[in-house]
Write a protein that binds this ligand. Structure first.
Ligand code: PLP
Length: 455
């Protein structure tokens, strides 16, 4: 029986619910990523490493809300921090600076020595948007360079060549800028320059040719959180961007506090000019952070002219002389309380999660090998993906596209029916709530599926 048919029998309520969702939200979802065909499984409850759907099926959760939940679901220590904060008088959203902004900032600076000053935002998307504006303000150069296959949020400036079909993507050494959404401003196809990941020579050629216009180079130090950049590549880019006056931005929204406490930059021992964080640092609540070199971050420091609404004070300087950054909910106290507690817990527990992830990766590779199926568990730290390939190394988006995604998807649907949850084709993220028991259960489920397919 096809795995989707099998799964459909177990998830009838999800189907019915999804039909109702379509009456309320376009396509039944409020974020396109929540959809997968034929219909998404609708979760109702969660606890620790587990989620339960509307039909009562229980799954080990490896999606963890796209990596955001580093302590799993409902960790009482985060709940306590949030309640403690709320008990102080509600949300304490004063619209003024407050003490948690400093406490959290000091903690982040301790783990990320490249961060001298920082700003809070409400999402990873907003964080990368601000980082790119800071870079443009600092350098006076408005074009940006990003890598093929890398995601930095859903806005026009970066929503290019994230997942283009190979036939549209052009030459591997000089990829085309492919728009990923209807309704985008075509301007960005020329203003955002696309680079091939892990190919320094090709990048160097493009960056040198456009050095007078490119103000920022942004990268996911591990594409999708799992496909780690080559160490030499990162160091060569660090040197080159410095030489060409380009602000080097590490988008660690996914990798921060997941690959290591100090993110991918700690593993590479490299200091980017700017870093963005998100996901884990919100403890399950929405957040983004931008931090980095003082002289760049100071572009966002307010002056009299920054108060764009106060025309009486703007006589001598124009608002355009300063960088605008604002947000009603920036540095939200409830969220910072959850985030800070999460980070404090990870100081003690992240190593254990990483060891457990290594164990799961090793056991999965061994299992696939016993069935003679070429598979690599690609990833570092507490995140990885199951890649069906004979290649030794998967270095970029094009390599990934050439792996056996069809079989991977089929396996994923069988696994869903066996109670292993990640969105089909997605990554595996682990949390402090995962233990050897879940690893054993996962291996058991995989073995059952592989036996069925290949046994
Ligand atoms: N940057 C990276 C590397 C991401 O993985 C994501 C989200 O998946 C974002 C930015 C956008 O973050 P958010 O969804 O919080 O806006």
């Amino acid at each position: 029986q096809h795995p989707i048919v099998e799964l459909s029998k177990k998830t009838k309520k999800s189907y019915e619910f999804f039909e109702q969702s379509k009456e309320v939200m376009p396509g039944g979802v409020t974020a396109n990523i929540k959809y997968f065909a034929p219909y998404p499984i609708v979760m109702e409850k969660a606890n620790g490493a587990y989620v339960t759907d509307l039909d009562g099926n229980v799954y080990i959760d490896y999606l963890l809300s796209y990596g955001a939940l580093m302590l799993g679901h409902g960790d009482t220590r985060i709940n306590e921090a949030v309640i403690e904060q709320l008990d102080k008088n509600g949300t304490n959203l004063f619209g003024t600076p407050h003490s948690l902004e400093i406490k959290m900032g000091k903690k982040i600076k301790e783990h990320y020595p490249s961060i001298e000053l920082l700003r809070y935002t409400n999402s990873g998307t907003e964080a990368t948007q601000l980082a790119l504006r800071l870079a443009a303000a600092y350098t006076g150069k408005n074009k940006i360079a990003k890598f093929e296959g890398h995601y930095h949020g859903g806005y026009d400036q970066v929503l290019l060549s994230v997942n283009p079909s190979l036939k549209d993507a052009g030459d591997a050494k000089n990829p085309k800028a492919v728009m990923e959404s209807k309704g985008m401003d075509t301007f960005h196809q020329t203003n955002t320059i696309i680079l091939p990941f892990n190919d320094f020579k090709a990048c160097e050629k493009i960056l040198r040719a456009n050095k007078d216009e490119i103000g920022a180079l942004v990268l996911e130090p591990a594409q999708g959180g799992f496909m780690l950049a080559e160490k030499d590549f990162v160091h060569q880019l660090r040197d080159l961007t410095e030489q060409l006056g380009i602000v080097f931005i590490f988008d660690e929204v996914k990798t921060g506090y997941r690959l290591a406490l100090g993110g991918a930059q700690q593993l590479f021992n490299v200091k980017p000019d700017l870093t963005t964080l998100g996901k884990v640092v919100g403890g399950g609540y929405p957040i983004g952070i931008v931090g980095g070199k003082k002289e760049i971050m100071m572009e966002s420091a307010p002056t009299i002219a920054a108060d764009v609404f106060d025309t009486s004070q703007s006589k001598n300087s124009s608002a355009k002389d300063v960088l605008f950054h604002s947000g009603t909910y920036n540095g939200h106290p409830t969220i910072l309380a959850a985030g800070l507690r999460t980070i404090e817990i990870l100081e003690k527990e992240l190593d254990r999660v990483i060891l457990l992830t290594d164990e799961l990766k090793m056991r999965l590779e061994k299992l696939f090998k016993s069935y003679n199926i070429p598979m690599k568990a690609v990833g570092t730290g507490s995140i990885f993906s199951v890649i069906l390939t004979e290649k030794d190394k998967i270095l970029n988006y094009r390599d990934l596209q050439k792996t056996d995604l069809t079989t991977r998807k089929e396996i994923d649907f069988y696994l869903l029916a066996e109670g292993i949850y990640t969105k089909p084709l997605n990554r595996y993220s682990l949390s402090t709530a995962h233990t050897m028991k879940e690893v054993e259960m996962t291996i058991f489920a995989y073995e059952k599926v592989l036996k069925r397919l290949y046994g």
